[in-house]
Design a protein around this ligand. Structure first.
Ligand code: ZN
Ligand code: ZN
Length: 264
């Protein structure tokens, strides 16, 4: 059974990814209006009505903007941990009781997907990434984290693809226009991942069997796609990993569909 991964948008203005194995389709985050997400799903050949559910990583608006609308319109279950629900619920409108699914720290199933939440380091109530497994294929999403720990790396081990945050270039952020407190927030271990840290994580992930990395949540103010790509590429090459041969590396689009990665 093949697994399809479509990053729909990935930035501080909106995040959503579709994962489908032909029988079951789920959305991870819904950080755009309902109508934008409906259109994006149509553009990748999916219908929002056919989703088996929406997984939420954390309650920041760039991850939850359209989740309430989609859940009400299509009767879709929303999966999040209890601390995230507590913060998210007042922001997304009324959700039918049967669509409030509270997840724990352990693996759970949505039809034939096995899903593992991965605790992250970010200034939200209880942020998580996810590993999503179908058959012997696995996709992991690790964005919105100020650091990458051994535990996170181990949880993502063996993924065919990891959506990995490469939020900012350190020099661009330091010299950029953001106010001091915001720079500090982004730079902290509960902020966002720099290109350099993403590069180190990419090497570690390769050593744990990961064979494809999509760099995401790339800042429009403090980063440039090519710079993120080259920083990570350079670190991989310095570790003896040949990009394009040993491991695939690409970047996600901020506000448009990146494409569909097909994992056979
Ligand atoms: Zn975010
Ligand atoms: Zn966030």
């Amino acid at each position: 059974m093949s697994l399809h991964f479509s990053p729909l948008l990935s930035s501080s203005s909106g995040n959503a990814s579709l994962i489908s194995n032909g029988q079951t389709s789920i959305l991870v985050d819904a950080g755009a209006t309902g109508s934008i997400l409906e259109k994006m799903l149509r553009d990748v050949g999916q219908n929002a009505a056919n989703l088996a559910g929406i997984l939420i990583t954390h309650e920041h608006v760039d991850h939850i903007k359209g989740v309430g609308v989609l859940s009400r319109k299509y009767n879709l279950p929303i999966y999040a941990n209890s601390a995230t629900w507590e913060q998210m619920q007042p922001k997304i409108g009324e959700i039918a009781l049967h669509n409030i699914r509270i997840i724990e720290k352990t693996e759970f199933f949505i039809r034939n997907f096995c899903i593992l939440p991965i605790p992250l380091c970010h200034d939200a109530a209880d942020p998580v990434g996810y590993s999503i497994m179908s058959g012997n294929r696995k996709i992991s999403i690790l964005t919105d984290t100020g650091k990458i720990s051994e535990k996170m790396l181990d949880a993502a081990a063996g993924s065919t693809i990891v959506l990995l945050e490469a939020n900012h270039d350190l020099e661009m952020l330091k010299n950029g226009k953001y106010p001091y407190h915001l720079k500090n927030r982004i730079l902290s271990s509960k902020g966002h991942l720099s290109n350099i840290k993403a590069g180190a994580a990419a090497v570690e992930l390769y050593q744990r069997g990961v064979r494809g990395i999509v760099l995401g949540h790339i800042s429009s103010q403090n980063n440039i796609k090519q710079l993120a790509y080259h920083t990570v590429l350079t670190q991989c090459e310095q570790a003896g990993i040949i990009i394009g041969k040993d491991m695939a590396l690409t970047t996600a689009n901020r506000k448009s569909i990146t494409g569909t990665f097909q994992l056979k």
